[in-house]
Design a protein around this ligand. Structure first.
Ligand code: ISL
Ligand code: CA
Length: 558
């Protein structure tokens, strides 16, 4: 326990700048808005803020298509606003971690403008260009946002690769000069005093040699190539190089967003030897409620199986212990709201089930991430319809599923989107019950969830039993109780399909965490000392072996 790093005890609060707080009435959240709300984040108790991309961008994918890594998107403010936010956060002891998007850039980045200008341009090789094969795309890869991952360029007669939208050409990490430029850019941010990086799809930067076809689901034209593009042949070499050239230049926190990561690669990306990153976001638990039909992928409206969830989270807890480090998350800007997904967002059970899910996750080993509004128990946004959505994944997904492949009708697809779509998490933050939830005095860039009059910060701060105060306690426990950081994880009753119970075992103490995952009352008997303390619960009293709907409680004993 002596060499626990600061980021192993830290709790991260994720801010989606566009939707957090608008300060100038243009309907778009901004850096000044975040600075004005630092007191709130401090009150919650978070140690670190992760900011989604705030760089210059044509916003084809809400800032994940960057046209200048050294400039701030004017919608969010100026570099002076950023410096001011960083200083104000640091004055409160809060660190700031930046999003780093270097698997791809925008097609409007200077590098790509030059690269596209001709086959002989020195920057041609900064991106992945290939000749057509038999008059069509170089392989069968699909973009993650539907359609071919290749875009044809008339002028040169070649295709370029874009794993995301066509305005997000993939950078060619094989090119040493490109890597050097990326490291220099990162060092400029490190020199500014930022505290770390969340690295977007960093598992995909090394493409497989020869770019082979991916296994094609029956009846499809293109195949999502994640099995080939994730954890490619040189990804660990590149990250070791980045460690030497950038990351060792500061006391930084690094988290890789690694879709397609498995245990074996997680141990390499985030090994305790510190040669690459501190931790990664794994995606397996977020795929448990995907559609059985691979062509539909994430589009589904089926509840998750608790047995699968237990098995998966327990695997990550157990298999990374001592050799790597977990990140713990339910929500982010790419996922729907957890209370609507794994909990129950009816007025009867929203608060208890949101607290249960928080407890279930926050007593695990790893660094927890809380996405803005999760701490209020914000729900999916059922009041948004086809005309309201902004997310390119939803818009392209509808086109693919309903119009092109005819896998579902429009009404079914809308159900899927209301269950899994990214805009569920991207609606503006709820500060008050007043106009536009206190987010903006203007026209919000994305429609608000219409339940803000009941679910908002003002109400949550005033209510001692709110979801907010539950999260606040969980964060305090993590800061005060080393066993939450270091204790050994043990799953109880792996075949119980209603209750998720586990222990954290320390040298002289234990925690017993019991979570009824259902709306049914159940009876369960666990073995623990009679003098145990009830550390936290989501009901007012303890009824022993009787667990009420979504009841969640934690015992602490020596
Ligand atoms: O969002 C997803 C599924 O709904 C993921 O497949 C997601 O696209 C993937 O995890 C990568 O996400 C990251 O890179 C994308 C960007 O759209 C996401 O917002 C970002 O988190 C491209 O930069
Ligand atoms: Ca604004």
């Amino acid at each position: 326990t002596t060499d626990i790093k600061w980021w192993q005890k830290a709790v991260v609060y994720q801010v989606y700048p566009r939707s957090f707080q608008d300060s100038n009435g243009d309907g778009i959240g901004d850096l000044k808005g975040i600075e004005n709300r630092l007191d709130y984040i401090q009150e919650l108790g978070a140690d670190v803020i992760w900011l989604n991309p705030i760089y210059q961008s044509p916003d084809k994918d809400n800032g994940y298509d960057i046209s200048d890594y050294d400039a701030i998107n004017p919608d969010f403010g100026t570099m002076a606003d950023f410096d001011s936010l960083l200083a104000a956060a640091h004055a409160r002891g809060i660190k700031i971690v930046m999003d780093l998007v270097v698997n791809h850039s925008s097609d409007q980045h200077q590098w790509f403008i030059e690269s596209r200008s001709g086959k002989d341009n020195p920057k041609r090789d900064f991106y992945i260009w290939r000749d057509p094969i038999d008059g069509h795309e170089p392989n069968n890869w699909s973009s993650f946002f539907s359609g071919s991952a290749w875009k044809y360029d008339e002028a040169s007669g070649q295709y370029y690769l874009h794993l995301f939208v066509d305005g997000q050409p993939d950078l060619n990490w094989e090119n040493e000069e490109l890597r050097e430029q990326v490291y220099q850019m990162m060092n400029r941010w490190v020199d500014k005093g930022i505290d770390g990086f969340r690295m977007d799809v960093i598992s995909m930067i090394s493409k497989p040699d020869g770019l082979p076809d991916a296994p094609l689901p029956e009846g499809n034209t293109y195949a999502i190539p994640v099995s080939l593009t994730a954890n490619g042949p040189r990804v660990h070499d590149y990250l070791k190089e980045m460690r030497q050239k950038v990351l060792d230049n500061g006391d930084l926190m690094t988290v890789g967003e690694t879709s397609g990561v498995d245990i074996e690669n997680a141990r390499k990306y985030a090994g305790v030897d510190g040669s690459e990153l501190n931790m990664v976001f794994q995606f397996e638990h977020m795929g448990l409620d995907d559609n059985d039909n691979p062509a539909l992928g994430k589009w589904n409206n089926q509840p998750v199986s608790l047995l699968k969830l237990k098995e998966n989270l327990s695997k990550w807890q157990t298999e990374l212990e001592g050799n790597s480090w977990n990140s713990l998350y339910w929500d982010n800007h790419d996922q729907p709201r957890i209370v609507s997904r794994f909990g129950n967002d009816s007025s009867e059970y929203r608060v208890v089930s949101a607290k249960m899910l928080a407890t279930l996750l926050h007593f695990m080993q790893g660094t927890p991430y809380i996405y803005q509004g999760e701490e209020l128990g914000m729900t999916n946004a059922y009041n948004l319809g086809w005309d309201d959505f902004d997310d390119v994944e939803i818009i392209n997904g509808r086109d693919f599923v309903v119009n092109r492949e005819k896998l579902a009708d429009d009404a079914t697809m809308l159900d899927y989107v209301h269950y899994k779509g990214r805009d569920n998490a991207r609606t503006p933050m709820h500060w008050t019950a007043g106009p536009n939830a206190g987010f903006t005095t203007g026209q919000p860039w994305l429609k608000l969830n219409d339940n803000f009059p009941e679910i908002n910060v003002e109400e949550s701060l005033a209510d001692p039993n709110s979801v907010f105060h539950h999260y606040q306690k969980l964060i305090r426990f993590r800061h005060e109780m080393p066993i939450i950081t270091t204790g050994h994880y043990e799953l109880l009753d792996p075949n119980d399909d209603q209750v998720y119970a586990y222990k954290r075992i320390g040298d002289e103490e234990e925690l017993l965490i019991i979570n009824n995952f259902t709306a049914e009352p159940v009876q369960r008997n666990y073995d623990f000392p009679a003098n145990a303390d009830l550390l936290i619960s989501n009901y007012h009293d303890d009824q022993g072996t009787k667990l009420r709907p979504y009841e969640s409680k934690v015992y602490h004993y020596h």
